[in-house]
Design a protein around this ligand. Structure first.
Ligand SMILES: [Fe+2]
Length: 594
């Protein structure tokens, strides 16, 4: 058990759940050994959700199915033990290609997800199963607030499927078409990310950012958009779609090799990251820029992806009685593509699950199981906040500061005033408030904030705060009633910084640090009712500067997960160049002068 987890257990506020007769359901993500997570559902409501990486401090929790720390935290949030849980549900079929049973009794698989050592020796007798793409779809549809909706799920691969379209309604979710594993758009985008030298599937967001700098001049003709979807044909590059003795893992490697051969034939050899050791930072770093070929390939891949997704979304909407659209799956984290869907697919409303990747499967698995047993009430409200993780009140934060002997000014609810002045003075701020967000976007609970009025803020955060590529875009949080001023065209969903919109002329001139080179921004619109302290901070910054917008990026360094506990925040703050840290109502500086 990690130090940070023990600290959380010490501080957590227990409550809720007593005397309830409805089922307690624990959903688990991470069956494919990355992005494992846990979600506790009670009365059909999400009680708690968190990713395992935040507790283990290992980004994406690569190579592990363990959800032990996140599950233990979820249970503690409800004052429950593992033995109190009515059903533990996983979001994949370990017996694929055999059909998924309703539940399995597999002690090794169970122990891989939940180490009994974290649960007083308790272990569930069985694991209930929800098919992987159904879990993705459920994570969006049952959080959307829609009574009916078209559904689009696109990821790398899960239970033999890579893309699903269908609809959700009062009787649950049905898929009208599913694409098999050898048609993977997620793997295609991963292959491109590797080819341009940016990393693996966890770096897909970099490719999306790089695409803004390029021209889509390459015809990636092995990915063809059709009237109702897309088709990937890599047979010319030696890919046979049949599985061999190595199963999916072996096919995945063959797929990436064939994709790489295709990209080499069309654009030239793969680009290698020119890693070098920087003694000043003690880190390996890559080249600061990129070539025209790299940017143009990224742009070409992004365009091909967007065309395929748009065709899929239109087909899903055509098969649905509703003009609303729900999106999930790892490709659903592509903000630029989501913006294109919003502008072109013809949906009247859209909901993208903020934890669209495999972490969100814990949410979907739990909610889908709740529906199956009649525990999911009708008339569900839309999820508008992602702060479903650990929270720490000011007393707990004070205890942490005292334990480390750290001096802080206690401003309580008035913390927004001095923080707004720091931001207006050009300082970078660590902002730690309320429950930790689920999903990869920080939304004003575990954020690094800066002045959006100058691109120097973006450059400073990329270069010395986050220590990453200088060309990476950064996003704005803004008061909701300012959306019309900074977004060109009608604003669609903007709760989770997961949909890119065209920036207005005012945005380009007043908040340039948050406008990407392609003329888009991906805003978080902040409502006073749901985020009162963050809204007061934005209003305070507007009082200082006339601009109700802040540059907002996740509170972490490039190589670490988003901070979870006050100790994590203090460690990241003191190890880097952030100027001040707001921990709840406490303000901390490195000099001790505030
Ligand atoms: Fe997935």
């Amino acid at each position: 058990m990690t130090q940070s987890f023990l600290q959380y257990i010490h501080y957590v506020e227990f409550g809720g759940g007593e005397g309830n007769t409805m089922a307690l359901i624990l959903g688990l993500g991470g069956g494919y050994r990355h992005d494992s997570s846990a979600c506790l559902v009670q009365d059909g409501r999400i009680v708690a959700f968190a990713e395992e990486e935040r507790f283990r401090r290992v980004k994406h929790n690569r190579g592990s199915r363990s959800c032990s720390l996140s599950a233990a935290w979820c249970l503690s949030r409800a004052g429950a033990r593992l033995r109190d849980v009515d059903a533990v549900v996983i979001a994949f079929n370990p017996r694929w290609p055999e059909p998924a049973p309703d539940a399995i009794d597999d002690p090794h698989l169970t122990a891989a997800h939940l180490d009994p050592g974290h649960f007083g020796g308790d272990r569930p007798e069985r694991l209930h199963l929800v098919e992987h793409h159904l879990a993705h779809a459920a994570s969006a549809f049952y959080c959307s607030g829609f009574d009916e909706s078209a559904v689009l799920v696109v990821d790398g691969y899960g239970d033999g499927v890579t893309t699903s379209i269908g609809r959700g309604g009062p009787d649950g979710i049905t898929f009208t078409r599913q694409y098999p594993y050898h048609q993977s758009l997620g793997w295609f985008y991963e292959a491109v990310t590797q080819h341009v030298g940016l990393g693996d599937f966890t770096s897909a967001g970099k490719t999306m950012g790089l695409a803004g700098y390029g021209e889509p001049r390459y015809d990636l003709d092995f990915l063809r958009t059709t009237a109702d979807g897309y088709e990937i044909d890599l047979s010319r590059y030696g890919l046979r779609s049949t599985l061999t003795g190595g199963g999916l893992a072996e096919f995945y490697a063959r797929y990436l090799r064939a994709c790489s051969a295709a990209l080499t034939a069309i654009t030239g050899p793969a680009h290698r990251a020119d890693l070098r050791y920087d003694p000043a930072t003690g880190r390996m770093s890559g080249p600061p820029g990129f070539t025209r070929t790299q940017a143009d390939l990224a742009a070409s891949a992004q365009l091909a992806l967007e065309r395929g997704l748009s065709a899929l979304a239109r087909e899903a909407l055509a098969g649905s009685p509703s003009r609303r659209l729900c999106v999930a799956g790892g490709v659903g984290l592509n903000c630029s593509a989501n913006g294109v869907l919003w502008r072109t697919a013809g949906a009247t409303d859209m909901f993208v699950q903020p934890a669209a990747g495999d972490a969100g499967c814990a949410i979907g698995a739990a909610l889908e199981h709740a529906r199956r047993i009649g525990d999911l009430p009708a008339g569900r409200t839309r999820l508008t906040g992602a702060g479903l993780g650990p929270a720490f009140d000011d007393a707990a934060i004070r205890d942490t500061l005292d334990a480390y002997g750290i001096t802080a000014a206690d401003h309580g609810d008035d913390i927004t005033g001095p923080v707004a002045k720091h931001l207006a003075a050009g300082h970078t701020v660590g902002w730690f408030q309320d429950g930790m967000e689920g999903g990869p976007r920080a939304l004003g609970h575990r954020s690094i904030l800066a002045d959006p009025r100058t691109t120097a803020s973006r450059d400073r955060i990329n270069s010395v705060v986050k220590r990453r590529e200088m060309w990476r875009p950064l996003a704005p949080s803004m008061l909701a009633d300012a959306a019309g001023e900074y977004i060109d065209g009608p604003a669609g969903p903007a709760d989770f910084m997961i949909v890119a919109y065209r920036a207005s002329a005012a945005a380009r001139s007043r908040i340039p640090a948050t406008v990407h080179v392609d003329g888009t921004l991906r805003p978080q619109l902040v409502e006073e009712a749901s985020e009162p302290r963050y809204a007061r901070l934005l209003a305070g910054f507007a009082a200082e500067t006339g601009v109700p917008v802040l540059l907002n990026t996740s509170f972490n360094h490039e190589a670490e997960p988003i901070v979870c506990t006050p100790t994590d925040a203090l460690r990241t703050f003191f190890a880097g160049p952030l100027d001040v840290l707001a921990l709840g109502g406490h303000l901390i500086s490195k000099s001790g002068r505030l």
